[in-house]
Design a protein around this ligand. Sequence first.
Ligand SMILES: Nc1ncnc2c1ncn2[C@@H]1O[C@H](COP(=O)(O)OP(=O)(O)OP(=O)(O)O)[C@@H](O)[C@H]1O
Ligand SMILES: [Mg+2]
Length: 283
Amino acid sequence: MANYEDNRIIASSLSYAYPDADKSAVENVTMRVKKGEFLAILGHNGSGKSTLAKLFNALYVPTAGTVWVCGLDTKDDDLVFDIRQHAGMVFQNPDNQIVATVVEEDVAFGLENNGVAPAEIRVRIDEALAAVNMSKHAKKAPHMLSGGQKQRVAIAGVLAMKPDVIILDESTAMLDPSGRAEVMNTVHRLNREEGISVVIITHYMSEAATADYLIVMDEGRIAMSGTPREVFTKVEAVRKLGLDVPPMTDLAHMLRENGLDVRADVLTVDEMVEEVCRLSSNI
Ligand SMILES: Nc1ncnc2c1ncn2[C@@H]1O[C@H](COP(=O)(O)OP(=O)(O)OP(=O)(O)O)[C@@H](O)[C@H]1O
Ligand SMILES: [Mg+2]
């Protein structure tokens, strides 16, 4: 079996077809999520991203190939509970994920179901809410919170299980820009400080640009992969797959087409500012 210490999730020749579908939603995917890695999965609508995420969490079992989550084969029915503790999912709509009427009870929900001792539950709730910066809202009703705060509670619920990987399937899609930033900052901090591997599925290229590694899906297959810089520099190929490149990469591409000598691999506003300063100091 593949090395669990270095790889949190390994998918090997993984395929999945929905019952009665004429073609696979995920087709022959081989990839891994390394320990401590921040990975983004991109792709146009229907390209298989959510299906892949559900295979990572044993919500679906492969039609062919194998997924190991922290060394556990998702095909083994007896391991499903363990697997979901190792790899927690956060979904798109915060309202569908919150089950309790008080924030801290919601965070406790998975722990109670797992038979964790009450004293340990208290510690884990406090730690998880502190980690997402929601401690002061512990006694509140979830419906009083903003979308970004609700998603942070959902993340706390996952964190309380002490996962090795958190998978977020378009978890910022329903949020306003400040809610999106709250969630992204939270998962980046957990990744950096706690070493938790993060998989985000996103349609926001600016979010994808912050990942260590990208996978671009098309028709259930991996069409491109690499660091954000490697992938987004191939502007035409990315566009052919129905995606945009980050705004600053797009601007750099336009400037280059107009004869300006800016770097082709600009990703962020800071890098663009640097390039513009460099060019103007050369004039
Ligand atoms: N429950 C289902 N039953 C049958 N087919 C499904 C089901 N869910 C998804 N599919 C099909 O599987 C393929 C992949 O869908 P999936 O939801 O994984 O794509 P996605 O990349 O997450 O799309 P989006 O960006 O819209 O969320 C699509 O062709 C879709 O129609
Ligand atoms: Mg989806």
